[in-house]
Design a protein around this ligand. Structure first.
Ligand SMILES: Cc1cc2nc3c(=O)[nH]c(=O)nc-3n(C[C@H](O)[C@H](O)[C@H](O)COP(=O)(O)OP(=O)(O)OC[C@H]3O[C@@H](n4cnc5c(N)ncnc54)[C@H](O)[C@@H]3O)c2cc1C
Length: 380
């Protein structure tokens, strides 16, 4: 049986960034991806925003990796020609009752090490976003946008150039601890006729399977985590109305911590996305069933931009968040769950990445650094 150093399950943005970080230091790094291309799930079904780190409790992994990831991501995109733009963003208080929350976000951001935060009054907001209705806003300089497709593609290409092996169309189906190693069963091929099964033994396994990371952990008998899929849907604003939004415009985040709220993102192509919504669903593969009507998007969009009407909106793609928090009512602020980046309690040669929801795209290069150190400790 072939023996390798590292197997990473999942070639999303986190798996690819991790593969690149590891390929600089170790030989025999394998990334196993069930789909035909890297990053086909959550990693390219998102807002493509390079977040700053204002939303997360100080000291949390989300705060730490977002703030560091923000800087690393800009550097990476500039060095490797990944399309991106530092746009800045505003979080808008719709009425006076929301201004205290804006100030709390500014203080939280500063405590997290985010620079370039400013409170704008109504006039300054009007100057920046003439069509947005609000009494004040928090302006954030370090937010931007990135092409998530190009980012994942570039990370995967560089990882392979540095010696990592990318196995596409290959699903990890079974795991079995073998002393200090792990046996990994992989099935390659789309249809059963073409299916081939292979087993390798790896000294270290990184579970970066996104929405399915709980199922991968369960292959080792670890049922400690459960991932609850929360779908986020987008609409696209008609080209004729795209001028209503200059940059990135957000409401205050969802009080239960479910999402950042339905926001406006001016994309690198000049189109404007409205969304994502946030709704718990049953099926991790269900991107389309029972989508929210455009009237509901328009209702929320109008709170910030009254000129938007339902017929200005066309349903666009959706993405699914891998939440660690179950559905059901929560007291304000209790909906937060941090990223889990931890060795398996029973098998320290296995590192689990669990609940890597937003800001996972931004955080990926920084998460990869942490995983690289954890892998080095396993390999010795
Ligand atoms: C609606 C939405 C908006 C978002 N907006 C932003 C944003 O603007 N900015 C930001 O920073 N973050 C954002 N995020 C979060 C970000 O997209 C994710 O945190 C990030 O993409 C997670 O990447 P990942 O590699 O962990 O997971 P994934 O992209 O899900 O990759 C996991 C991979 O594992 C593979 N896999 C699973 N099981 C197996 C198996 N058994 N064998 C082989 N392969 C397997 C899957 O096919 C998949 O390709 C958003 C997320 C959503 C849903």
């Amino acid at each position: 049986m072939e023996r390798v150093n590292v197997v990473i399950v999942g070639a999303g943005v986190v798996g690819c960034a991790t593969a690149l970080a590891l390929a600089h230091h170790h030989s025999d790094v394998f990334v196993v991806e069930q789909l035909p291309r890297p990053g086909m799930l959550t990693s390219t079904r998102n807002s493509g925003v390079i977040h700053s780190g204002v939303y997360y409790p100080t000291g949390s992994l989300k705060a730490r990796h977002c703030v560091r990831g923000n800087r690393l991501l800009y550097e990476f995109c500039a060095a490797h020609g990944v399309p991106h733009r530092r746009t800045g963003k505003v979080i808008v208080a719709s009425d006076a009752s929301e201004t205290a929350e804006l100030d709390a976000l500014r203080r939280l951001g500063e405590a997290n090490g985010v620079e370039g935060l400013r409170i704008l009054d109504r006039a300054a907001l009007k100057q920046r976003e003439p069509h947005v209705q609000g009494v004040a806003a928090l302006e954030i300089d370090s937010t931007g946008i990135v092409s998530s497709e190009e980012l994942v593609k570039t990370l995967a290409r560089l990882a392979v150039q540095h010696g990592a092996h990318l196995l596409l169309h290959t699903r990890v189906t079974r795991l079995e601890p073998a002393g200090t190693a792990v046996r990994v069963w992989m099935r390659t091929g789309e249809d059963s006729a073409a299916t081939e099964e292979e087993v390798v033994e790896t000294r270290c396994l990184v579970n970066s399977a996104g929405l399915f990371a709980d199922e991968v952990a369960a292959l080792l008998g670890n049922t400690r985590w459960r991932i609850y899929p929360v779908r986020g849907e987008y609409c696209e604003l008609a080209r004729s109305k795209a001028h209503l939004i200059a940059g990135l415009v957000y409401p205050l985040p969802h009080p239960e911590g479910l999402s950042l709220g339905v926001h406006f993102t001016r994309t690198l192509h000049g189109t404007v996305l409205v969304g994502p919504t946030a709704r718990y669903i049953e099926d991790k593969n269900d991107y389309e069933r029972d989508r929210e009507p455009v009237e509901e998007f328009a209702r929320r969009a109008k709170l910030l931009v009254p000129e938007i009407e339902p017929n200005d909106l066309t349903p666009a793609y959706s993405g699914i968040r891998p939440k660690l928090v179950p559905p059901g009512p929560k007291p304000a602020g209790k909906g937060f769950a941090d990223f889990v980046i931890a060795p398996d309690p029973q098998f320290p040669q296995v590192i689990h990445l669990m609940g890597i929801e937003s800001p996972g795209l931004t955080a990926a290069p920084s998460i990869a650094e942490q995983v690289r150190e954890m892998v080095a400790a396993v390999l010795g």
